[in-house]
Design a protein around this ligand. Sequence first.
Ligand code: SAH
Length: 400
Amino acid sequence: MNNKVVVLKKGKEDSLRRFHPWVYSGAIHHIEGKPDEGDLVDVVSADGAFLAKGHIQIGSIAVRVLSFDEKEPVDASFWQHRLQVALEVRRAIGLFGNPQTNSFRLVHGEGDGLPGLIIDVYGSTAVMQAHSVGMHVCRHDIAEALADVLSGTIENIYYKSETTLPYKANLTDSNGYLLGGNADDVAIENGLRFHVDWMGGQKTGFFVDQRENRALLEKYSLDRRVLNMFCYTGGFSFYAMRGGARLVHSVDSSARAIDITRANVELNFPGDERHQAFATDAFEFLDKMPSCDAEDAYDLIVLDPPAFAKHRDALHNALQGYRKLNAKALQKIKPGGILFTFSCSQAVNKDQFRTSVFTAAAISGRKVRILHQLHQPADHPINIYHPEGEYLKGLVLYVE
Ligand code: SAH
């Protein structure tokens, strides 16, 4: 029995009995054994019954649960087993051993029973990201298990947690290779190639979560004038080009993202003059772009902004942001145009997002039909006991 124990207040054990993987600090009565941040603790009810074990951390989510089984040790075989199951899931959905797509998410935090841990695979490189102190503490054990589970597939493990770990925890060694280091940065998705900037880029270097939505966009691209707003490294753009778009304009406020977008287009469509990229602010671009009745209006627009609400208290502003952004695009899209619009804010649910887009449509006065309702792909699974894991939402709209 672990002597580091979190004792809950009376009546606060219900969510753990329903396998929800978080303990909020407000539910804690007292803590025994003086655990350090990142330590493994047992969580018990007010009357001392074992509920779960997990990593403790300062903050509103105080414990992230690793196991509800008192007898399951968190040791080398634990990491090995969890990663092996995660890999079996990716194999089951056709993402492992697929030469057309060698980039996928192997571990999606709570969705794979590993709260605080993200692992994305890009060809022969796995990029590992810790969002909790506990996962940071365990990084070498996890890397060892990962190298074992993916042996023969990956040669490099890059650890990238500088921006995702709590700043106040004052941790060191939060970025760097844990295995290899001499990696080819080109990965493949549905046969398209792209550079992944895991060292300097956002998140783990690429947004693998839009893979299926990009493939859907390809089908709508023929002969269209496409605007890929918030393009990052150009994912939607090169699918649109393969789909036969008349032209593709990629926009992002980050000059570095635009440079990589250009390089990625060049990698797939060398010398193709249909593509142009602009390093500029989305709202300014939308204000200046042609109106819906102009000859050169866009008739396929992608809006994939960063999370407007990182926390629940920012919800109101986030919804306003989605409304404003979508209203601008809906006002200016050509009649018969298609809008792909997304929200990746965890704090904004499907209905709230849909209501913002509905309001935007009403402001624009256009007739709008919903063609598709989009979401995150199967390699970003949602733990059924943790509905908060559902974060990516999208709508495909036909605008008359
Ligand atoms: N659609 C992308 C992912 C978008 S991530 C893909 O498929 O890979 C969000 C992007 O929005 C980031 O690249 C960020 O640089 C950009 N961004 C953030 N604020 C912006 C703004 N005001 N105007 C333009 N781009 C912005």
